[in-house]
Write a protein that binds this ligand. Structure first.
Ligand code: NAD
Length: 317
């Protein structure tokens, strides 16, 4: 297959590109480098530096069998300060690209969505039928693209798989989790264990959870990448898919920090702080639909395995 991967210099995009080239696919890896790093793009992919919203550029690349669309700004807190930046980059640029893809005859789009579309839910686990209620422009930007894709699939313009990830984590030696700015718990905890940060802040200790800290569903980036490869094939049978990608098991912030202490054998000094506005107490996926429709199941996503892989990758840079 000839596949366009956008956001391929980022964490999840680079790992998925790696799996696609390993399987023998011809991958064009597009990234504007607004966040990612060029050295993250697997050398066997063809790297194109550019914005996914550059319609002329997208048309010049010709037809693909599928596009896997990771490119986005991902920081919910920043989106609260600058919603317009997120709607322009994540929504306008996406639709400009998708229109160009339809024009050039690319029939399938696999889209990176997020559990942020669900907002604050009380009942766990969350399945795909749950009413959406994003609490940030970031989450709203993901939902807007989802809705557009659903209409395009319904009107026969393309086939689309919307994948709602919970917390991507882990990493591989070639593609460590290395966001800039870093906002994710595990790399921040590992940086603290390495002494690159003095202290790790824990936001909120009075949530209605077993230890009072937030509970999240961590999924290994390699398991996410595997689901994307399967989703491309599943679109032969389904014109539209909306699937959660998580493990179905939650871990509290303190459980993650304990795992980091155990795996690294190092101290992780923490500072207990107030809740942050908008953080849900819990976000845990029901992954039954992805298991059924993709024949997928997480293989590397036990918490200690995720932290162990993240630690190996993190020490390397
Ligand atoms: N990391 C998570 O836990 C998580 C959870 C849910 C959903 N997601 C989604 O997964 C996708 C990938 O996330 P990630 O963690 O790999 O983030 P990342 O920041 O590592 O990768 C995103 C990449 O997209 C590129 N990019 C951004 N806007 C672009 C544009 N207009 N044109 C071309 N390239 C552009 C950036 O340079 C970056 O390399 C995002 O869409 C994100 O919303 C991530």
């Amino acid at each position: 297959m000839r596949v366009l991967v956008t956001g391929a210099a980022g964490f999840i995009g680079s790992t998925t590109t790696e799996q696609l080239v390993e399987l023998g696919h011809d991958v064009v890896a597009l990234d504007s480098l607004v966040r990612g790093r060029a050295d993250n793009v697997p050398s066997r992919a063809t790297f194109v530096e550019g914005d996914c919203g550059d319609a002329h550029l997208i048309r010049s690349l010709g037809a693909f069998d599928a596009c896997v669309h990771f490119a986005a700004l991902i920081e919910p807190a920043d989106s609260m300060n600058s919603p317009e930046t997120f709607f322009t980059n994540n929504v306008s640029q996406s639709f400009t690209m998708i229109e160009a893809l339809i024009e050039t005859g690319t029939p399938k789009v696999v889209f990176s969505s997020s559990c942020a579309v669900y907002g604050n839910q009380v009942e766990m686990p969350i399945d795909e039928d749950r009413a959406t209620n994003p609490r940030s422009p970031y989450g709203e930007s993901k939902l807007m693209v989802e809705q557009g894709l659903r209409w395009m699939a319904e009107r026969g313009r393309l086939r689309s798989a919307v994948l709602r990830y919970f917390n991507a984590a882990g990493g591989t030696l070639a593609h460590p989790e290395r966001h800039s700015p870093e906002i994710h718990l595990i790399p921040l905890a590992l940086d603290t264990a390495l002494g690159r940060r003095d202290v790790l802040s824990v936001f909120g200790t009075d949530y209605p959870t077993s230890d009072g800290t937030c509970v999240r569903d961590y999924i290994h980036v390699s398991d996410l990448a595997d689901a994307h490869v399967r989703a491309i094939d599943a679109l032969d049978e389904h014109a539209e898919l909306t699937l959660n990608l998580g493990t179905g098991t939650g871990s509290s912030i303190l459980e993650v920090i304990d795992s980091v202490r155990r795996i690294t054998g190092r101290e992780v000094p923490v500072r207990l702080a107030d809740r942050r506005p908008g953080d849900p107490a819990e976000a845990v996926a029901s992954n039954a639909k992805a298991r059924e429709l993709l024949g997928w199941s997480p293989q590397k996503s036990l918490l200690d395995d995720i932290v162990s892989d993240a630690w190996s990758a993190h020490k390397s840079f």
